[in-house]
Design a protein around this ligand. Structure first.
Ligand code: ATP
Ligand code: ATP
Ligand code: CA
Length: 218
């Protein structure tokens, strides 16, 4: 059976999740208190309903507990977001992802049992910061406080050099996971593969090691 998703709150965040799931051919129930929003998503979601997710009976009658994953994307109304999350937890929903507005909100959501709390504005801010600090860092994904995956654009210093020659693993403790060259992606780079200026390399390593490598070679 297809996995079933429910998205509560159809702002820019919830709305884009809804569209992306729909594009992947998945079943999505879209819920919002606003009739206008629900109409907008009627053709995007499998079902779109006008409902207040803070009402326990409403959630029950939608059979919310049968959904595999419910995303709470209620924006500024922190109280509604918390109340909705609490009810989803109480009704035993298997996977609950909630968008947090701030750190206190995040703390409360974790305490009451949300399975995953996301903080898109903050996380995107961190990614953009890495991106603006170095012109070679194209994207950045934090794995933990210490480790990250970064996308770097190869410049002149690494042009026509092999991974063995650069010795990134030994010198900087960094591993090249993939090399993108135009539309080609090499996902298992061999030691004698050559980098060219303009290649995008995807590297995993400790932040301090990635920084050292970036300063020396990128
Ligand atoms: P953006 O990404 O644009 O900042 P957002 O995801 O932060 O948007 P809002 O634009 O505030 O969020 O949208 C939140 C949506 O959640 C609104 O469409 C609102 O109608 C809906 N919403 C708020 N409270 C409830 C509720 N109790 N039940 C269902 N939907 C709700
Ligand atoms: P390993 O023990 O990891 O297999 P190695 O010393 O036996 O490494 P090679 O695997 O042939 O030697 O690679 C030579 C050097 O090239 C490595 O030490 C490493 O520094 C570098 N290298 C090879 N592949 C990568 C990669 N994907 N990312 C970063 N560096 C690499
Ligand atoms: Ca918002």
């Amino acid at each position: 059976m297809k996995k079933q998703f429910a998205i509560i709150g159809l702002g820019r965040f919830g709305g884009s999740i809804c569209r992306a799931l729909n594009e992947q051919g998945l079943e999505v129930l879209a819920i919002d208190t606003s009739e206008e929003k629900v109409n907008e998503f009627a053709s995007v979601a499998t079902h779109a309903v006008i409902a207040d997710a803070t009402e326990e009976m409403t959630l029950k009658s939608l059979g919310i507990r049968n959904f595999d994953h419910v995303v709470v994307a209620i924006g500024d109304n922190i109280q509604s977001s918390i109340l909705t999350t609490l009810m989803l937890v109480e009704q035993g929903v298997n996977h609950i992802t909630v968008k947090a507005q701030n750190d206190y909100h995040e703390k409360v959501l974790n305490k009451i049992g949300a399975h995953k709390v996301v903080h898109p504005e903050r996380d995107m801010g961190v990614r953009i910061a890495h991106n603006v600090v170095s012109k070679n860092v194209l994207d950045y994904l934090e794995l933990s406080n210490e480790y990250s995956i970064v996308e770097l654009e190869a410049g002149k210093l690494v042009d026509k050099r092999s991974l063995t020659d650069l010795d990134l693993r030994l010198k900087y403790g960094c591993n090249v996971m993939a090399i993108k060259r135009e539309d080609d992606v090499n996902v298992s780079p061999a030691p004698d593969d050559i980098l060219l200026e303009g290649d995008i390399i995807i590297v995993v390593g400790a932040d301090s090691d990635i920084n050292r490598m970036e300063e020396a070679l990128f």
